[in-house]
Ligand binder design. Sequence first.
Ligand code: TF8
Length: 336
Amino acid sequence: MTLRRTLIATLALAALAPLAAQAQDIKPRLIRFGYGLNEQSNQGRAVKLFAEEVEKASGGKMKVRAVGAAALGPDTQMQQALIGGAQEMMVGSTATLVGITKEMALWDTPFLVNNAKEADALLDGPIGSKVKDKLQDKGLVGLVYWENGFRNLTNNKRAVARLEDLDGIKLRVMQNNVFLESFKTLGANAVPLPFSELFSALETKAVDGQENPYNTILSSKFYEVQKYLTVTNHVYSPWIVLVSKKWWDGLSKDEQKVLMDAAKKSRDFERQDTRAEAAKALDELKAKGMQINELTPTEAARMRDKLTRVNASIAANVGMDLWNETQAALATLRSG
Ligand code: TF8
């Protein structure tokens, strides 16, 4: 090729590249992004938005291959793939990270926050950053927290109206000691299982019940295999968007910024979408035939009293400094 023709070809290419990507240090990248729920869930919708934002901001150079329904494995398996560098990104529960970073157990504290506003303030503030930054030593980069939501109890045995109704109920919990201890304390027969095995465990009656936010009970069709739902709101669960540190460290500043900006956009979208869906979900679950009951104030207080007995062991696990800092932050939020 002559110099002139090369120049023309180069100019033509540059004209095709969208403005955003010009003069940026961005290489073609393929990002394998795994998640556990299905495409039609709040998790799936937000991953889709993230993928679109990344492609747009990188002028199509960075491509996100989103893989849902735990097709790349349950949370714990994907975390290991990220640490090893075999997979680039995922979103999953903070609860399944406790085995890697003990400070993550802070988010499993029963009744830690009273509402979404408090959750956002804690997670997006200095405490949320501190906990998320602990992942770096373990080979993971936490970008942002999304909302999984307040968890509620479902089962197939009986309507749980009193604490004693939980006696002997085989209840699937996340693979995490706080959840195991919490539900044993309540008298249930707690069984840790990955989320990807939960539907069939409920269907085959290997377990009687589980606990998750309304959104998930709806999107994972648990109403098909669960009769009773008790409004417990016993803990607020976040999700966290993770990147393989091995891979992240090889990215340019511009590439990292594309991912961080898209992560923040997806977070804001996801929280809105999740809250809008949760507001309607209970009625939908009722319409699907679930029998829903609320706890009397007395029973709610009894359950709360029992559950918060695990607080001392959580505090010891995450460290007294972090625990006290969190309580102080919450006190400030509540006085404001
Ligand atoms: C659970 C969590 C799930 C997450 C998800 C698969 O019950 O609430 O939502 O693990 O990322 O396991």
